[in-house]
Ligand binder design. Structure first.
Ligand code: PLP
Length: 364
C-alpha cells in the first residue's frame, strides 16, 4: 500500500472523467477547436461569477496579467507596484509590457502591505498589482484608498483566488481588471494552460480582444504589438464542466484548512484569516521554525510539501536592479513558509498523519 501523501494529485476520478470526456467529445464533433462556442459560454459564466460585465478567456494566467496591463496602456517609462512574494509570472507580466515592477513588502497575511505601497508611489507609478496570495484577498480598501488618492489603476492578480470573497465581494471584482489562472494546479483548473481577465470597462474589453490575438481587429488589421493568447476551446469546455463543481472543491479545501487549524493550533504558525475573508486555500501555508528540517522530516515520512516560493521576486537574478521598499517582513517570512497538502482529495486519515508528524517534529 502506498502511504505517500502527495501535495497534489491531478488524476481525474471516474465520474468526473466521464463528464470531461463527454465535453471534449462534443468539441471534437463540432470541430470549432479555435474560438468555439464554449469560449463565449465560459466567458459569460466567469464574468457573472465575478460580478463583472466582461470576461476574456486567455491562454494562461501570465497572459491574463500581461494582456490586462497592455490593454490599459501600461508600457515603457511606467512603474507598477507589486508584492515581493508571488510566482514570478506577476513581475514578468509587468516587465514584458515594458514597464518596471517595483516591489513592496508584505504583511503577516503574506499579502502586499499597503503601508509599503504608499512609500513607493512616485511620479512614474501607474498601477498597483496586488496578488491574492494563497487564495486570500489583499486588504483591498486600503489599496483602493491609495489608488484613488494618486490616480492609480489596480489590476488584481487573482490567479490563486478564484471563488475567494472579501467584504462580500468576489476576488477579481475590485480592480480595473482581475486576472485569473486556470492552470491544472489552481483551485479552478483546466486540463492544461488557461486563464481569464475580467473587467467592467468596455474600452478595456475591446483592447483585450485585440491584444489576445496579435493586436488585430477585423481579422487582419493590427493596432497593437501583441501575441496570440487565446484560450483553447477544449480547455474552455473542461472549465465549463468544472465550474459546476468548483464550489464543492472550495468547500472541501475550507474543511481541510479548518481541520488543520484545530489540530495544529499552538504547534506552529498557522495561516491567519481576517474578518470578512473567505479564503479558498489554494495553499495552506504554515510559518514554521526550522522549516527546512521540518520539510525534510515530512518528506522522510512520505508527506510532500512545497515552499511557495523560496525566492522573493526582487531577489531573482532577473530583477536585481528593480526598485523596492525595505523588505523586513518578506525576508523573514520566506525562511518560514511551508505549504502542506490541503487539496480536495486528501482524506481525514491522511491529514491526521500530517498533523501527527508535525506535532512529533515539534515534540508536542
Ligand atoms: C499561477 C500564477 C500565475 C500564472 O499563471 P499561469 O497560468 O501559470 O501562467 C500568476 N500569478 C500567480 C500569483 C500565480 O499563482
Amino acid at each position: 500500500m502506498d502511504h505517500r501523501i502527495p501535495f497534489l494529485d491531478l488524476r481525474v476520478g471516474d465520474d468526473e472523467r466521464k463528464r470531461l470526456l463527454e465535453a471534449i467529445d462534443r468539441v471534437l464533433q463540432h470541430g470549432r477547436l479555435v474560438m468555439g462556442p464554449e469560449v463565449e459560454r465560459f466567458e459569460a459564466q466567469v464574468a457573472k461569477r465575478c460580478g463583472r460585465k466582461f470576461a476574456v478567456g486567455v491562454g494562461s494566467g501570465t497572459d491574463a496579467l500581461f494582456l490586462a496591463l497592455k490593454a490599459m496602456g501600461i508600457g515603457p517609462g511606467d512603474e507598477v507596484i507589486t508584492t515581493s512574494l508571488s510566482w514570478i509570472a506577476t513581475a514578468n507580466a509587468i516587465a514584458l509590457c515594458g514597464a518596471s515592477p517595483v516591489f513592496a513588502d508584505i504583511g503577516e497575511d503574506l499579502n502586499i502591505d499597503p503601508q509599503s505601497v504608499r512609500s513607493l508611489v512616485g511620479k512614474k507609478t501607474k498601477a498597483i498589482v496586488p496578488v491574492h496570495y494563497t487564495g486570500r484577498c489583499c486588504q483591498m480598501q486600503a489599496l483602493e484608498d491609495i489608488a484613488d488618492a494618486h490616480g492609480l489603476a489596480i489590476v488584481e492578480d487573482a490567479a490563486q483566488a478564484f471563488g475567494a470573497m472579501h467584504d462580500g465581494r468576489p476576488a477579481g471584482s475590485f480592480g480595473v481588471a482581475g486576472c485569473f489562472s486556470m492552470n491544472p494546479m489552481k483551485v479552478f483548473a483546466a486540463c492544461g494552460e488557461a486563464g481569464a481577465v475580467v473587467t467592467d470597462r468596455q474600452d478595456i474589453h475591446e483592447r483585450l480582444l485585440a491584444c489576445r490575438y496579435n493586436g488585430t481587429v477585423n481579422r487582419e488589421t493590427c493596432i497593437a504589438v501583441s501575441l496570440n493568447g487565446r484560450i483553447d476551446t477544449l480547455q474552455a469546455a473542461v472549465l465549463l464542466e468544472r465550474l459546476k463543481t468548483v464550489d464543492e472543491v472550495i468547500a472541501r479545501r475550507r474543511q481541510n484548512a479548518a481541520f488543520y487549524n484545530r489540530n495544529l493550533y499552538g504547534v506552529t504558525g498557522l495561516p491567519a484569516v481576517g474578518p470578512g475573508d473567505d479564503h479558498v486555500y489554494y495553499t495552506y501555508t504554515l510559518q514554521a521554525q526550522r522549516r527546512d528540517e521540518l520539510m525534510g522530516y515530512l518528506a522522510s515520512e512520505g508527506i510532500e510539501t512545497r515552499i511557495q516560493h523560496p525566492i522573493l521576486m526582487p531577489h531573482q537574478p532577473a530583477y536585481q536592479k528593480a526598485r523596492r521598499a525595505p523588505l523586513p517582513v518578506a525576508e523573514a517570512v520566506i525562511q518560514k513558509i511551508l505549504c502542506i497538502p490541503v487539496n480536495e482529495k486528501i482524506t481525514t486519515g491522511q491529514m491526521e498523519i500530517v498533523c501527527d508528524r508535525i506535532r512529533r517534529f515539534f515534540g508536542r
